[in-house]
Ligand binder design. Structure first.
Ligand code: GLU
Length: 467
C-alpha cells in the first residue's frame, strides 16, 4: 500500500502508551523524533557495464544512548518513512530489553535477487564508505547489523571496508552479526528466532493469561502458523517445534500451505530448496494466495516477514489467540485494535524480536573486550565441578563414569553463555511488560512502549538539554 505511513503508525502506538506516562509533551516529542536522517545515492556499475543509481538510507533515531544500533535491509520497500519507523522501533526495543543503545536502521532499495554477488558486494562496500564519510558507522557512534535479506556475509564486507578506511583498535565492534572468524559471536544467527521462542514460551507459561485466552498452560501441543521462512521465521519455527508446539501452516512469497496434522519443517526447507516453492509439499493443502493461511485455525500466529501484513482486511478473520510479532511492524494500528477486540494477546515486535539486538550487544561487548566469553573461566569452572563430584564420590558409593564426569563438569562456553543471557533477557523483559500491562490495564504493545518511554524519559530528565 503506497499510502501506508509506517512511522506514523509507530508514533500512534507511542502516543497511546504515552498517555500513561508522567512526562510532558515536549520531552515526549524529543523521545519520538528521529535525530539524524541520511539519504545516500551513489552509482553502481553493473556487471554488464551499465550504470544504475542506488538509493540507501541510514536513520539514527535516538542519541540518548550511544552507539545507535540497528540492522541494514535490502528490499524494494525501503524508503525514508520505513527506515525512520524501523529506527524508532529499535530505540524502544533496546530500552525494553535493557540493551544500552539508541535505535537506528539502514536500508538499500534493491531487489537482492536481481544482482550478482559481486554487485551486492560493491553496493554494500560503497554504502559503508558513504556511512564512514558522515560518521554514520563506528563502534561508539552507530553499529549496523543484519536485517531483511542481509546476513553475516554482508556484515563481513562492512567490517572489511571500515577497517581499510579507518584506524581503530576497536574496529571489529563497528558492526554485529559478522561471521564468527571475523569477530562474530556464536548464537547470533539464530538469536532473533530463538528470542521469539523464549518470549512466546514465557507468555504460554502464565496461567492467568492462558486461562483468559481459554488456552491450556504451556507451549507443548499448541499449534502455530508462521509467515516467512527466512532466518527469523525458520529459527522461530524450529525452536517452537523443539519446545513441543506443532506447525500447521506456512506462508511464503510463492503461496501458503496448511495441514492440521503438522508440517515437518526440515523436510519442507529441503523441498523448497529443491523445487523453489513450498506449494505441493506432502499432504498440505494449498490456499488461495500467499497470505490466506494467516486466517486459518491455530493457537499462535507468527508473522516473521515484513511490515503491514496483518491489516484491517484480514484481521477480522484471524483465528489465532496469540500473535507473536517476529517481524518489525507486521500489524497495522487498525488490525491491532480489531485483534485486541477479538481478545487476542499480541506479543509486540519491540519486545518479541529483540533477541537479535540482545545478542548483537553481547557481540559488541566481546569485540570491545577482545576476548571470547568463557575463555578465561571455562576450565576453572570445570576444575571446580570436578572437585565437587570427586567429594561426592568420596562420601557416597556413587562413582561417575568418564562420560558422566565430562558432561556434569562441563563449563559454559561462548554459545551456552550467549544462550543463557538471551533467555534471561527475554524472560525478565516479558514479565516487566506483562506486569505493566496489568497495572495500567493496557495491552502488551502499550506496555512495551510505556516501559521504553519511562526508561528513556528518565535519561533525558537527568541530562537536561545541551547546550
Ligand atoms: N535487525 C535486527 C532487528 O531489527 C537486529 C538489529 C541489531 O542487531 O542491531 O532487531
Amino acid at each position: 500500500m503506497s499510502d501506508y505511513k509506517f512511522f506514523e503508525q509507530v508514533n500512534k502506538a507511542f502516543d497511546n502508551a504515552a498517555q500513561h506516562s508522567r512526562f510532558d509533551k515536549g520531552l515526549l516529542g524529543q523521545i519520538k523524533i528521529c535525530n539524524n536522517v541520511y539519504h545516500i545515492t551513489f552509482p553502481l556499475e553493473r556487471d554488464d557495464g551499465t550504470i544504475e543509481v542506488i538509493h540507501g538510507w541510514r536513520v539514527e533515531h535516538s542519541h540518548h544512548k550511544l552507539p545507535t544500533k540497528g540492522g541494514i535491509r535490502f528490499s524494494m520497500s525501503v524508503n525514508e518513512d520505513e527506515t525512520m519507523a524501523l529506527a524508532a522501533l529499535m530505540t524502544y526495543k533496546c530500552a525494553v530489553v535493557d540493551v544500552p543503545f539508541g535505535g537506528a536502521k539502514g536500508g538499500i532499495k534493491i531487489d537482492k535477487s536481481k544482482y550478482s554477488d559481486r554487485e551486492l558486494e560493491r553496493i554494500t562496500r560503497r554504502y559503508t564508505y558513504e556511512l564512514i564519510k558522515k560518521d554514520f558507522i563506528g563502534p561508539g557512534s552507530d553499529v549496523p547489523a543484519p536485517d531483511y535479506a542481509t546476513g553475516a556475509r554482508e556484515m563481513g564486507w562492512i567490517l572489511d571496508t571500515y577497517r581499510q578506511l579507518t584506524s581503530n583498535i576497536n574496529s571489529e565492534a563497528c558492526v554485529t552479526g559478522k561471521p564468527v572468524p571475523m569477530g562474530g559471536i556464536r548464537g547470533r544467527t539464530e538469536a532473533t528466532g530463538r528470542g521469539v521462542y523464549f518470549g512466546i514460551r514465557e507468555a504460554c507459561e502464565n496461567k492467568e493469561d492462558m486461562d483468559e485466552l481459554g488456552l491450556e498452560l504451556g507451549l507443548p501441543d499448541k499449534t502455530f502458523i508462521v509467515q516467512g521462512l527466512g532466518n527469523v521465521g525458520y529459527h522461530a519455527a524450529k525452536y517452537m517445534i523443539e519446545g513441543g508446539a506443532k506447525m500447521v501452516g506456512v506462508a511464503e512469497i510463492e503461496g501458503s500451505i496448511y495441514d492440521s496434522d503438522g508440517i515437518d519443517l526440515e523436510q519442507l526447507m529441503t523441498f523448497r530448496q529443491e523445487t523453489g516453492s513450498i506449494i505441493g509439499f506432502e499432504n498440505t493443502k494449498e490456499l488461495k494466495n500467499n497470505t490466506a493461511v494467516l486466517e486459518e485455525e491455530c493457537d499462535i500466529l507468527i508473522p516473521a516477514a515484513l511490515e503491514n501484513q496483518l491489516n484491517e482486511e484480514n484481521a477480522p478473520n484471524i483465528k489465532a489467540k496469540i500473535i507473536g510479532e517476529a517481524a518489525n511492524g507486521p500489524t497495522t494500528a487498525r488490525a491491532h485494535t480489531i485483534l485486541k477486540e477479538k481478545g487476542a494477546l499480541i506479543i509486540p515486535d519491540n519486545y518479541l524480536n529483540a533477541g537479535g539486538v540482545t545478542v548483537s550487544y553481547f557481540e559488541w561487548l566481546k569485540n570491545l573486550s577482545h576476548v571470547r566469553f568463557g575463555r578465561l573461566e571455562k576450565r576453572a569452572e570445570e576444575t571446580s565441578y570436578k572437585k565437587i563430584l570427586t567429594v561426592i564420590e568420596n562420601i557416597s558409593d556413587r562413582t561417575f563414569t568418564d562420560e558422566e564426569m565430562a558432561r556434569l563438569a562441563s563449563g559454559a562456553g561462548e554459545y551456552e553463555l550467549v544462550d543463557s543471557g538471551l533467555e534471561e533477557t527475554m524472560i525478565v523483559a516479558y514479565n516487566e511488560i506483562n506486569n505493566l500491562r496489568k497495572k495500567h490495564d493496557i495491552d502488551l504493545r502499550e506496555a512495551a512502549f510505556l516501559n521504553a518511554i519511562e526508561k528513556i524519559g528518565v535519561i533525558y530528565e537527568h541530562m537536561g538539554i545541551f547546550p
